[in-house]
Ligand binder design. Sequence first.
Ligand SMILES: [Zn+2]
Length: 206
Amino acid sequence: MNCLDHDSDDFDPDNPLNKPDVPEDVQDAIRTLIRWAGDDPEREGLLDTPKRVGRAWLEYCRGYGEDPAIHLSRVFEEVGGYDEIVLLKDIPFQSACEHHMAPITGKAHIAYLPDRRVVGISKLARVLHGFASRLQVQERLTAEVAQCIWDNLEPQGVAVVIEAQHGCMTGRGVKTHGVEMVTSRMLGCFLEDPRSRKEVMSLMGY
Ligand SMILES: [Zn+2]
């Protein structure tokens, strides 16, 4: 990274960290929203806010630029006879609700029962973040993560449980703090076999 190299041709003293440009129409939209909310976008503290908000949303929604399945493309077929549940627990994540563009924050538990293929465990979290970094509803996020693992690892079962708080509930409307929404999606043996489901749920702490 040579963004602080002053000899470089593409060094821009106004943008030393080489942050992405935020087009004027995007900035105007944010100024309009600030005005609509009751503040003055021209006051000093808000002058750079449209740019910051534009860049922040690029980051919140970076998932649109990736196919989360890519993280499951490197699989290990040598599983050494391992035929038990693989579980990644308490994965923190952030998303944004598509109805209010308000934050969704929570944690996910992702489990699968391998058949022939396993992946590096961090890849499950990457799949989650790929889908979470888009405008979402929690139900669809849960289903998309489960389906992606199901399609790409062809395991015997997949279980995804997500617990999250929704900014649109805690910060507006009914203003219920501390309330969590829980969603789950079970596929394969975890859907069909009550004993397998019980086992995975108890591993997850339910
Ligand atoms: Zn919402």
